[in-house]
Design a protein around this ligand. Sequence first.
Ligand SMILES: Cc1cc2nc3c(=O)[nH]c(=O)nc-3n(C[C@H](O)[C@H](O)[C@H](O)COP(=O)(O)O)c2cc1C
Length: 352
Amino acid sequence: MIKTRMTELFGVEHPIMLAGMNWITDPKLVAAVSNAGGLGIFATARCTPTEMRENIKEIKSLTDKPFGINQILLGPGAAEGIQVAIEEKVPVVNYTLGKPWFINEVHAYGGKVLGTTALSKHAAKAAQLGCDAVVITGHEAAAHGANATSLILIPIVASALKIPIIAAGGFHDGRGLAAALALGADGISMGTRFMLTQESVLHDNFKKLCLEATEQDTLYDTVFDGMPGRALKSKASEIMQKRGFPAVEAVKAAMKLRGILQLSYSQFVKMSIDMMTDKEEASPPWVLARQAAGTVRHLKGIYDGDVEEGILFAGQAIGGICDMPSCKELMERIIAEAEQTFASLDAKVQKN
Ligand SMILES: Cc1cc2nc3c(=O)[nH]c(=O)nc-3n(C[C@H](O)[C@H](O)[C@H](O)COP(=O)(O)O)c2cc1C
């Protein structure tokens, strides 16, 4: 048993969180992690409010343990998504990219607010605004990790903040958990590792590619969705990197995504302008079109297993992952390894 401020704050058994991953963290995976004693997080960005409520209800039907939702605060639909989470009294509201206006409302029903950031200054801001804990995401991570690695970020943020911090980016085993705790974190959040479990919906073709990959087999670039992000090195991701900005594909994909998100043209334009004008997380307008192109390619990878056209966000942790356990097996193993690591460290250090 490893008890930390994270387990205490969220009422979970293990200091391990499932990172919100669009398209991957479906209710079954979220519930599997929560039922195994971790904190399952459902990424909501793709949902209409109705779909979001249905997903939350499905998670509740699969587990009576604490879980959370992850909502990107930029763009249309964010306020509606947060409102559904509040109405459903979701235990943990995890947000990215934006300022949380809902902290008091979540606290009012006993929920917790968890900010996800990649910069120490944004982590400090989240704490100042009243968040209960923060996730900080290092460079090793799948998708949008920081420029700085977890090794650098964790102690900086841990020294500066009084609230619990959860380390994300590169964690996949018990030694990683022990290291994160030693660096000052109160737990870890894992995306890539949970994506490669029995309960994950990721298509077998991409599961196989990930299992064969080494730590060298990711690419970090802005071409995948317009923001600096890390994806699995694959045929499509390498071509995207060589070609640069995919103008025609981006416009086509943006139109397709507008349909998927059920946005009117005016909402779609507003979303672009919001992204363009947000002072804190400024993004150029074409980021949206690039995100759309990235999403279409992700769907091809995750659901169709199209290894020619599809891409997949994946972290450097893939180099250390070589099996496909259930979430329960994985978490029991990580805790046992971390305990063993603490014991062996004690023996390793020579004492006079
Ligand atoms: C396939 C995939 C999709 C992701 N989608 C999102 C997302 O929608 N929102 C988000 O904030 N992070 C997303 N992430 C990043 C994770 O939330 C997390 O920061 C990252 O996986 C942690 O690093 P790790 O992969 O080394 O564990 C995604 C990661 C993966 C692997």
